[in-house]
Write a protein that binds this ligand. Sequence first.
Ligand code: BGC
Length: 387
Amino acid sequence: MLLGAATSSHQIEGGTFNDWTLWEREGKAPPVGEACRSWEKMEEDVKLLLKVGANAYRFSIEWSRIEVEEGLFKIENLLRYRRFVDRLLEVGITPIITLHHFTNPVWLYTKGSWLNPDTPKIFSRYVDLISRYFQDVKIWITINEPNVYAYRGYVEGSWPPGERSFFKALRVIRNMLRGHSHAYSAIKANVKGAAVGMAHHLRVFTPLGPLAKLPVMLREYLFNFLPLYSDVHGEIPPPVALMERISSRGDFVGINYYTRDRVKFSLRNPFGIEVAPENAWLSSMGWEVYPEGLYMLLKRYNFSRPVIITENGIATEDHDERIRFIAEHLRWIKRSQNEGVNVRGYLYWSLMDNYEWLEGYSAFFGLFTRDRKPKGDINLKKLWREV
Ligand code: BGC
């Protein structure tokens, strides 16, 4: 079993400059500042991983650091990540590389980011280069949460580029799935034995009343099912495309799981509206903690493939609560394994407190503080044995 933690470049490195930086400068998100300074301190992050008994680490390579202008690659920065991966391998930690975790280089942003039909090819040229340098990395995540990216940036408009168009969101998802497909082929060609997938954000949707079953079906289909199905079966279903073939075969199912939404029917919104949970376990961000939901999703969405929980975490200032959270989720994972689901890994979000997008530094997901102080004892291997 792979046990470890997950992070992303913009959220921990500091000194990144990408489309999210522009968003911050426009005052639409708190400034990231120096984050956790992981760009300088990556090797210290390895020590943290060892302290919590991790044997796997999922992190992302910041595209804007490598392809500084379109087609112009800064190899020096790539070698910085290379040294980091060497260190992980030396101490027996399995590296899991994410290639796109929400942020885009500014030159791509000015070309329309993922609305641009050329972006899938541009992305795969970049991925082709990266994967040549990391032939000893065997687990790859091309794109993190296309559904969340498209929803926040193109439906809700709270993330860059701040659009509000359902149809644009569908185009963005299509291009991301195409980008995933090209990247999948590039990695497979360069890295012998690579397992390539995506990190899919899945949610449990609970209908409040019989009429709410309709909006829940819509959410289930578009948010949970469609991207994952495309990844696993290699074809993109409507309304995003007409069963367009892509090369992905879903070497594993990557699941990010946090919470469930209780959904009420509404005449004004076909997707219904979310109702605040009552009498429920809530994180400090007000998200409902619902460990059994992970089991439900694992049973429903494993597609008979190996599964990696690529993210699962809680924002809380109470570390004992965090340990309880992890233990509860591990327990449900074990139960799913006993019932035949092939779960191969669990990555806690996040290794340390970091930049939580619109919430800035006010949400505390970390096993360690932002300046790498332990919050209390936790050993993932031991916890896994005990639950
Ligand atoms: C994202 C992370 C984020 C976490 C907690 C996930 O959806 O991949 O970047 O920090 O949720 O909100």
